[in-house]
Design a protein around this ligand. Structure first.
Ligand SMILES: O=C(O)CC1=CCC(=O)O1
Length: 98
């Protein structure tokens, strides 16, 4: 199942610099492991914002929930999830969808 996920990050300005660095480092490692496993398909920076737009390909809602819940930056994020379906005009998708 494909999901588009927008993550808006808001780390408190008074968080200790070491803690901030640790969080961001762990977030990057977590993200890159999931890219290697094929579950985190895309991550794009939203221009001019501390936000990303990502695409996940996961087994089900619970799998996505576990992944998002496990994000080191989860406590400092607002997350919007959009389930995706094939568009009938998508040439790349091939088959007939109505
Ligand atoms: O910087 C961000 O948008 C937050 C984030 C999610 C995965 C990652 O590596 O950073």
């Amino acid at each position: 199942m494909l999901f588009a996920v927008r993550m808006d990050v808001d780390i408190p300005r008074d968080l200790a610099p070491d803690e901030r660095t640790d969080l961001v480092t762990r977030e990057k490692a977590y993200c890159q492991e999931l890219q290697k496993s094929g579950e985190w398909v895309h991550i794009w920076r939203c221009v001019g914002q501390y936000s990303n737009l990502s695409v996940f390909d996961v087994a089900d809602n619970e799998a996505l929930h576990r992944i998002l819940w496990g994000l080191p930056l989860f406590p400092f994020m607002s997350i919007e999830v959009t389930p995706l379906a094939q568009h009938p005009s998508d040439l790349a998708a091939g088959g007939p969808v109505r």
